[in-house]
Design a protein around this ligand. Structure first.
Ligand code: UT7
Length: 329
């Protein structure tokens, strides 16, 4: 799917993020599995990540992020008429986390649903909420992206354990005087889906129950896929919107691995200083990754009104998605 924004200008008017308090360092991980700080740093750029407390579930992380986004937008929860929550780790399959959040926030008029697109979830949710608003079906949307991947990791598997962390982010979408969203590109390749999977998590019976309920990943294949789509998806959306890569002020790729991100920035021709990097402190937070990075960039003053922002996510599915927007906050 590839398209340029048309119709009423719509933008992000509020942004919030939340990560659990508990910091898990590479040194601590090296006491749990056969790994070292040196290996993790060199291969991924990750130094530490946040891990949810046993009593914390997805909506506990999403709630403060959503409240911060609503506060920044100056929007009351009761005025939100669409709530999309992108996650692969909802509190439970149903009731959906979006329905729970709408209830706790006090958004009784919101159509609310969860969206499953792996680490690309936030980009899919953003595009979908934008589309619903552009079509006139919704007036004010709250888009949440977050995951508690620590719950679905095999804590004895060093090949996945060291990569992921927990976190959530949220944005409010409203009609604005100036155009924020300029275009989106989304894609999926189920043929490669097996390279990043959660066996036993749905209706497919798995005869060999070993490893059921835990993330399985073929790291090298996902690496190859990621370096390819981060470039092709970004180029597609830039081309569709008639924007040159030199015009991009802030580049926010999915925070999976600093090597993947550096490769993409270099291939695209985006100077490293324009790329937002926080994977060193949060690891890969799946659907939380892009909004957490946006929130940090905004807090640091690196993301300013008028900036052209390019975001690209990629992950399980295999899926990918890019969005191009002018920052209007
Ligand atoms: O949102 C999308 C989610 N996933 C990703 O983005 C992940 C994409 N893939 C990657 O980031 C990289 O493939 C990894 C970081 C997962 C692995 O890096 P790599 O450079 O591709 O390493 P590798 O898989 O080729 O493994 C190299 C060696 C292996 O040992 P041998 O076979 O060479 O003896 C692994 O067993 O490193 C070993 N290894 C480890 N060693 C220490 C794998 N994990 C670890 C570890 N600590 N945690």
């Amino acid at each position: 799917m590839l398209g340029k924004a048309q119709g009423d200008p719509i933008s992000i008017t509020g942004l919030g993020a939340y990560a659990p308090k508990r910091v898990l360092t590479n040194e601590e991980l090296s006491t749990l599995v056969d790994t070292t700080d040196e290996w993790i740093t060199e291969r991924t750029g990750i130094k530490e990540r946040r891990i949810a407390a046993p009593e914390e579930a997805l909506t506990d992380l999403a709630l403060p992020a959503a409240r911060a986004a609503l506060a920044q937008a100056g929007v009351e929860a009761r005025d939100v008429d669409l709530l999309v929550c992108a996650t692969v780790t909802p509190d439970m399959m149903f009731p959906t986390s979006s329905a729970l959040l709408a209830d706790v926030l006090g958004a009784p008029d919101a159509g609310a649903y969860d969206l499953l697109a792996g680490c690309t979830g936030f980009m899919y949710a953003l595009a979908q909420a934008y589309g619903m608003m552009a079509a006139g079906l919704a007036e004010r949307a709250l888009v949440v992206g977050g995951d508690v991947l620590s719950r679905i990791l095999d804590w004895t598997d060093r090949s996945t354990l060291v990569l992921f962390g927990d976190g959530a982010g949220a944005v409010v979408l409203e009609r604005t005087p100036q155009r924020g969203f300029l275009g989106f590109e989304l894609g999926a390749d189920g043929g490669g889906g097996i390279h990043l999977s959660l066996p036993g998590s749905g209706s497919r019976r798995i005869e060999d129950a070993t490893g059921n309920g835990y993330v399985h990943m073929n790291g090298r294949e996902v690496f190859r896929f990621a370096t390819r789509v981060l470039v092709s998806s970004a180029e597609a959306v830039l081309d569709c919107c008639g924007v040159s890569v030199d015009e991009v002020d802030v580049y926010v790729p999915h925070q999976a691995n600093v090597r993947i991100m550096d490769h993409a920035a270099q291939k695209l021709g985006i100077p490293r200083e324009r790329m937002v990097v926080n994977v060193d402190r949060y690891g890969n937070t799946s659907s939380g990754s892009i909004p957490l990075a946006l929130a940090e960039a905004q807090r640091d003053g690196r993301l300013k009104k008028g900036d052209l922002v390019l975001m690209t996510g990629m992950g399980a599915g295999l899926t990918w998605g890019s969005g191009l927007m002018k920052w209007t906050l």
